[in-house]
Design a protein around this ligand. Sequence first.
Ligand SMILES: [Mg+2]
Length: 365
Amino acid sequence: MSQTFTPLSTLGEFGLIQRMSERLAGVARSSRLIEGIGDDAAVYQASEGLLHVITTDALIEGVHFDRTFIPMSFLGYKAISVNVSDVVAMNARPLYATIALGVPRNMSVEMVDSLYDGLQIGCKKYGMELVGGDTSTSHALYISITVVGEVAEQDVVFRRGANVGDFLCVTGDVGGAYAGLKVLLDQRQALKDMGDQYEPDLDAHQYVIQRQLRPHARLDMIEAFKKAGIKPTSMIDISDGIASEVHHIATKSGVGATVRIPALPFDPETRAVADQFMDDIDAYALFGGEDYELLFTVDPSQVALVDALEGCSVIGNIEEATKGIRAYSPDTGLMPLHPSGYQHFNPDSENLDVLGPDHFQDSRS
Ligand SMILES: [Mg+2]
């Protein structure tokens, strides 16, 4: 047996995914498979004219969340939302979910009940059913969910469809989840410093905390697209930050892109948090992640429809690949935009110096 020990940090998370998919490459590919590893969800032909999508995402205590700060019902809801978000990013609707749950011995029946209340609220919200799974004991709370969804063949949207000349757009507002994380980490530090004297100070930050602890998947937006006659040419959900997601779309589509910084949509509460911590708010949107909004591109013929749709912003342009991925602001002009949101296994990949190594974000598909 080989004695070589190569640390995972030498690959980084995306490098690891690439390596694993190469190891699976020898397995015969089903003729029904349309998209395998490398998009928000895998896609296969279910029947004539109908595709299914399938995705898995896990939330792990100490990696993605701190039990001190997230109520169990929120955690259940978030576990559903982060999976539905990947389904929605394919322009698909969720149908069924299964769950693999690892429960530590220091959790009570009431806590598990509350977790399931959150799962149920999530399922209701997105019109889907939790239909099975597996439960075991574990050292830390572990929630892995798999969701299957469906989409008509002509409606599916991949990361790879952006064309030169398309407009880059985003739903909702961005950076809020990161602002919420900042507030929670600050409060955790206050709890450590003050002990029994600690009194939570969260009222002014309810929106951003909700963005972090109880995010919604934008199933409503893909329904609004359909109603408005909008079909994105490419789409991805924002789990790792706009910078990373733009890179995924551009790489898969063989194009370049410019993100117009002044066009990034922020909630006033997100601005207030950035001001309070004297942070660059643009970094919250570009590198913070976990907003679970949709980043998408449309053909120029559809940009007026996007402009007319409430809750959508045009934030940039798709350009030739030779131009690379850039950010534009009046202050700095055009600058290269690096993808470095936080990645698992890679200690050098954080570019938000405000967080310690134990913050609760990771890199998701
Ligand atoms: Mg995704």
